[in-house]
Design a binder for this molecule. Structure first.
Ligand code: ADP
Ligand code: MG
Length: 652
């Protein structure tokens, strides 16, 4: 069954070359029970590892059942170890904090042939541990642990059992029991290769190979071998094949379960590594929500400004560094307003504006704010329908009445809770009557739209500010598609009315929708900036995961070695660590979403900013944490996957 010739293996220990195997040739038939005996350091374990396909020789030939296994690649070797071989080690090499049953079932995971998990159950019965199945390995005695290891070696119905000093860590009674189990296994038809330094143990075998310094000293049948006990041959377990997808799901669940176990084994560490992701995701969620809220607020405000508005104002641009003397040609007058109203098509409303700051006074209360002179049209154009009282009327305008419509801020500051309508108020020492209170418009950034008072344009010009000309004219056009045409007509008209001699028109006209676009794009830039800062937090969180995973790989080197010995392929180990990284980042992501939502809520509550959570931002946060888990988990996982099984098993 096994045939090796001239095996050599040399270890380099600094300057010294250790010849662990120095030309070993032997062949072992199916059903044999062979003991390899020798002093410590003679090369027994090295030989067993090579025979067990855990390690490769430097030179020599190696055939199993006629096939040359030196040509097998890593995955084929893993599958061979899983299906054909079972290992029993001196240190048992069981997974801690894991039940006996799950330890035994481990090779089934990697067999991926749909063998039922109840096989593990049967195997534990077979080694006499039927009543200890759910016990964790640390609750078992040494002898019981070794029985679990034997059950694990048997679970995939191997044809070869390798045992390296299986009784080395056991008391003599347990050792005797284990050797009895071995003899029974042999009797049931298994091939057993046992490595020991103990002649008494070796005596259970039917053939004894003695090695010294990497060479075979003697190889002979054991005359004192006990008779083969009469045990019926084990029936071959036939794998019950299930549907592929069902099996894949089950295997996936087992992997996830294992990952969760190893993560919960180290709760503090897992929580700490999830912390970074949590903060990053929270930052993304919160900043995106605040950004969206700000954008929505700006859009909302803009829509409240009124639609299809044009703003005409004198050009204030400087020419050649010298500010142009404001000649009569560039001054807006009431006559211009009249001309636009009468001559330009599509104009539905028009209101001039003059503004300045003024001191408002009621009794001994003072309030200084913006005071705007406007026409009656302004009410509808800008949706300023007063919440109480009335707006400015044509009559007020014609009589230059001393009436004012005030915003909620001066109303609050000067009149407290009282209704100001009908009350007297001084504006720059002249007595005005309050005729209405403006609707609340809110604030954007530093500007409070409610901190204002409106008076008739004529009153503002003649009585308050002594201005002869208008500061701006706001014009409302009937339909959005007529904006451009109206804009051109107005400019043409203004050019005609204020002939300057130069080709350049002394007026500027702006579409408020364009201003609106500029504002929204500013808020967009802000949210991009904020989210990029948040993403940096996410990346830092990812590096945290990577760090912890790397430590974990180093710490669990032995476990990785064991899994590989039991038939895990590189990709299985890779998946295992990747799933762990994903679970950490998923966990952190969930907490982060909660934290981010909480932070957003606080911002809304205490900073008075509008916050808007969108489903997209939550998907995005999940997506991000998954990507972070994969990207930062892949390196540690690869590192684990590339470990050599025997190096990993020997790792202390
Ligand atoms: P045994 O199992 O018979 O006690 P081993 O096969 O473990 O002996 O080791 C044979 C020799 O090879 C010993 O001298 C040991 O020190 C050496 N050796 C084994 N593994 C390594 C290794 N990974 N690196 C260097 N030397 C090793
Ligand atoms: Mg050894």
């Amino acid at each position: 069954m096994i045939k090796v010739e001239n095996l050599r293996k040399t270890y380099q220990m600094g300057e010294i070359e250790v010849r662990a195997l120095d030309g070993v040739s032997l062949s072992i038939e199916k059903g044999e029970y062979v003991a390899i005996i020798g002093a410590s350091g003679s090369g027994k374990s090295t030989l067993m590892h090579i025979l067990g396909l855990l390690d490769v020789p430097d030179s020599g030939t190696f055939e199993i059942a006629g096939t040359d296994v030196t040509k097998y690649d890593e995955n084929e070797l893993a599958s061979f170890r899983n299906r054909v071989m079972g290992f029993v080690f001196q240190q048992f090499n069981l997974l801690k904090r894991t039940s006996a049953l799950e330890n035994v079932g481990l090779p089934l995971i990697y067999a991926r042939n749909g063998k039922k998990a109840d096989l593990a159950d049967k195997m534990l019965d077979l080694v006499g541990l039927g009543d200890r199945k759910s016990h964790h390995t640390n609750e078992l005695s040494g002898g019981q642990q070794q029985r679990v290891a034997i059950a694990r070696a048997l679970v995939n119905s191997p044809s070869l059992i390798f045992a390296d000093e299986p009784t080395g860590n056991l008391d003599s009674k347990s050792a005797k029991e284990i050797m009895e189990v071995m003899s029974e296994l042999h009797a049931s038809g298994l091939t057993i290769i046992l490595v020991t330094h103990d002649a008494n143990v070796a005596n259970h075998a039917q053939r004894i190979i003695e090695i010294r310094d990497g060479k075979i000293l003697s190889d002979a049948p054991n005359p004192t071998a006990p008779a083969v006990p009469d045990v019926e041959n084990r029936e071959e377990e036939q794998a019950g094949r299930k549907g592929f997808s069902l099996r894949a799901i089950r295997e996936g669940l087992v992997l996830v379960k294992q990952s969760i176990r190893s993560l919960t084994a180290n709760k503090v560490r897992t929580a700490l590594s999830a912390l970074g992701i949590m903060i990053g995701v929270a930052a993304v969620i919160a900043t995106v929500a605040v950004g969206n809220g700000a954008k929505a607020a700006v859009e909302d405000q803009m829509s409240r400004l009124g639609s299809n508005l044009l703003m005409l104002m004198p050009q204030r641009r400087s020419r050649g560094g010298v500010r142009q003397a404001s000649g009569s040609s560039s001054r807006l007058s009431a006559a211009d307003v009249k001309a636009i109203r009468e001559e330009v098509e599509h104009v539905v409303r028009i209101s001039p504006t003059v503004d300045g700051n003024a001191q408002l006074k009621v009794g001994n209360l003072n309030w200084s704010c913006r005071v705007q002179g406007v026409d009656p049209d302004y009410e509808t154009m800008r949706s300023y329908e007063p919440q109480v009282g009335r707006f400015i009327t044509d009559e007020d305008l014609n009589s230059r009445a001393r009436v004012a419509v005030i915003g909620v801020t001066p109303a609050r500051e000067l009149f407290g809770g009282e209704n100001p309508v009908g009350k007297q108020m001084k504006i720059n020492r002249q007595t005005f009557t309050v005729v209405g209170v403006l609707p609340e418009k809110g604030s954007s950034g530093f500007r409070d739209y409610d901190d204002t008072a409106f008076v008739p344009t004529t009153t503002a010009m003649r009585r308050l500010f002594g201005k002869q000309y208008l500061d701006r004219v706001e014009i409302q056009i009937d339909e959005a598609e007529n904006m451009d045409r109206a804009q051109t007509s107005i400019m043409a008209l203004m050019g005609q009315r204020h002939r300057t001699g130069s080709a350049e028109n002394p007026f500027d006209i702006r579409n408020l929708a364009e201003i609106q676009d500029a504002v929204s794009s500013t808020s967009r830039v802000m949210s991009v900036l904020l989210s990029s800062i948040a993403s940096i937090a996410l990346v830092v969180g990812g590096i945290g995961i990577m760090n912890i995973m790397l430590v974990s790989v180093t710490e669990r080197t032995r476990e990785i070695g064991l899994r590989k010995a039991l038939g895990a392929r590189g990709v299985d180990v890779l998946m295992q660590f990747l799933i762990e990284a994903l679970i950490i980042s998923f966990f952190g992501g969930c907490l982060g979403i909660a934290l981010g939502a909480g932070a957003g809520y606080l911002v809304e509550r205490f900073a008075g900013m509008q916050v808007m959570f969108t489903r997209e931002s939550i998907y995005m946060a999940f997506g991000f944490s998954a990507i972070i888990g994969i990207v930062f988990g892949i390196w540690p996982a690869r590192k684990a996957a590339l470990l050599n099984p025997i190096d990993a098993l020997r790792y202390e």
